[in-house]
Design a protein around this ligand. Structure first.
Ligand code: HEM
Ligand code: HEM
Ligand code: SF4
Ligand code: SF4
Length: 395
């Protein structure tokens, strides 16, 4: 067995220096495996998605594991987690797992147990009638949206994250409980450029952006070190200054600032959040998978949408439109980025009714060398927009 099981249980908190292991980290993952997963380690033959949200894994020993995936949430109350644990106790010998996309997975070892578990999950509803544990999130659909802290827990957001995800998933629920799309659609939300949400390779990414330089708040003293805040700026827009009454402060060269918010992360006396300036950029076409084409970064497709709290109608409408056009036009197995590349990004803008502006040029500057050298390329309305925005030839 390749696992270093011999290390298990060596750490004794009563005698922390005995048999000392320095890279302890979290407990060894082996400790968390249900017995059937331990027993069949290295022996799995294949898996199948039986229906949306329900998978079976089959081992060479004949053992089977049925998994039910339910939509969870990034922020769960203790009460909610207790209920999940109760369900796990009742059907899964106390084992439950959370996926990287905050889905909840219950695993059982027989088809009968699976049916009972499924029935129980679908019977649990909120007072408003919506499912507490909607089953889905597998295969060619929209799975749970990964998102960042938002206003609830972070100091630098340009938008909120959990409320936006709620508004989006309310609209996209049928794509969660069904597998009706050409391929997976992974959506992520990050509420600032720090991108805890790793939105750079998602099929659709929503990114909170600031659009104004930081304001210097001289009234906050002795909180941060000025050299540290100055060093935080990646474009050298900050320098030491003096207030009128002779105190040390920071000067901002506004024309250099790219609104990244890095300085505010370091120093609360440089607030950058702004009610009107802040908003949401939409990116699309990123993926990690190697299928059909190489992994790719998401490209900016909408530079800014307003922060229309709490339901973000503009953001929701844009995402829905992209998914609907993709659903009806892409070939089976094509991710959004594969589809957009096949038809040409200019066509993508046209089909999704998205205006092309000069703010998008950074990602599309090489268009002349790429999309337009193919014999299939035709000048369309969207193509002329690209040309104009880039300062190229006019219609
Ligand atoms: C026993 C092995 C593995 C298990 C149980 C596993 C499980 C998962 C799960 C549950 C997800 C989706 C999370 C969600 O949507 O909620 C996922 C996504 C993913 N996994 Fe794994 N994984 C395994 C091995 C691997 C390996 C070996 C790789 C790469 C070499 C990999 C690469 C990925 C990638 C790239 C995604 C995201 C796919 C996308 O969004 O396009 N996984 N994995
Ligand atoms: C060495 C054994 C395993 C291999 C080679 C393996 C391989 C894979 C592969 C290639 C996928 C992606 C399938 C696709 O996109 O259609 C996948 C998906 C998945 N596997 Fe496994 N797997 C293994 C063991 C396990 C085990 C033990 C579990 C948990 C009991 C597991 C849970 C999952 C889940 C939940 C997904 C779905 C991910 C998603 O659709 O988002 N896998 N597995
Ligand atoms: S993405 Fe930015 S604002 Fe959002 S949680 Fe991370 S650091 Fe905070
Ligand atoms: S927001 Fe970014 S670019 Fe602007 S001053 Fe702060 S660190 Fe520099």
């Amino acid at each position: 067995m390749a696992l270093s099981q011999e290390r298990l249980g060596k750490y004794n908190p009563e005698k922390p220096t005995e048999n000392r292991i320095t890279d302890i980290g979290p407990r060894h993952f082996w400790d968390f495996f249900p017995p059937v997963i331990q027993k069949n380690y290295g022996k799995w033959l294949y898996h199948d998605i039986l229906e949306p949200g329900i998978m079976v894994h089959v081992s060479e020993t004949g053992d089977k594991v049925f998994t039910v995936r339910c939509g969870g949430a990034r922020f769960m109350t203790a009460e909610n987690i207790r209920e999940i644990c109760d369900i796990a106790d009742k059907y899964c010998d106390g084992y439950v797992r959370f996926t990287t996309r905050n889905n909840i997975e219950f695993m059982v070892t027989s088809y009968e147990k699976l049916q009972a578990l499924k029935q129980d999950l679908l019977s649990r509803k909120y007072i408003t009638g919506s499912y507490k544990y909607p089953i889905g999130g597998t295969g060619a659909g929209v799975t749970n949206i990964v998102h960042t802290q938002g206003y609830i827990h972070c100091h630098t957001p340009a938008t909120d994250a959990s409320s936006m995800v709620k508004a989006l998933m309310d609209e996209l629920m049928d794509y969660f409980t069904g597998m009706t799309l050409p391929a997976h659609v992974r959506i992520s939300v990050a509420c600032c450029l720090n991108m805890c949400g790793a939105v750079h390779c998602s099929d659709i990414a929503l990114l909170g952006i600031h659009r104004k330089p930081p304001i210097v708040d001289d009234n906050i003293d002795s909180v941060c070190e000025i050299p540290l805040a100055i060093a935080a700026c990646p474009v050298g827009a900050l320098s030491p200054g003096k207030t009128e009454d002779g105190r040390k402060t920071i000067k901002v060269k506004e024309e250099r600032c790219m609104f990244c918010g890095n300085c505010y992360t370091m120093c609360p006396a440089l607030p950058i959040a702004d009610k009107l300036g802040d908003g949401v950029a939409v990116l699309a076409g990123g993926k990690i998978s190697n299928r059909i084409s190489e992994p790719k970064f998401s490209k900016v497709i909408v530079p800014w949408l307003p922060n229309n709290f709490p339901r973000f109608p503009e953001v929701v409408a844009t995402v829905k439109k992209i998914i609907e056009v993709y659903a009806s036009e892409a070939r089976k197995y094509e991710r959004i980025g594969d589809w957009a590349e096949r038809i040409g990004w200019e066509k993508f803008f046209e089909k999704c009714d998205l205006p092309f502006t000069e703010h998008l040029i950074d990602d599309y500057r090489l268009a002349y060398d790429t999309y337009r050298t193919s014999t299939q390329f035709k000048y369309t309305r969207a193509a002329w927009e690209v040309s104009k925005a880039a300062g190229g030839i006019d219609e």
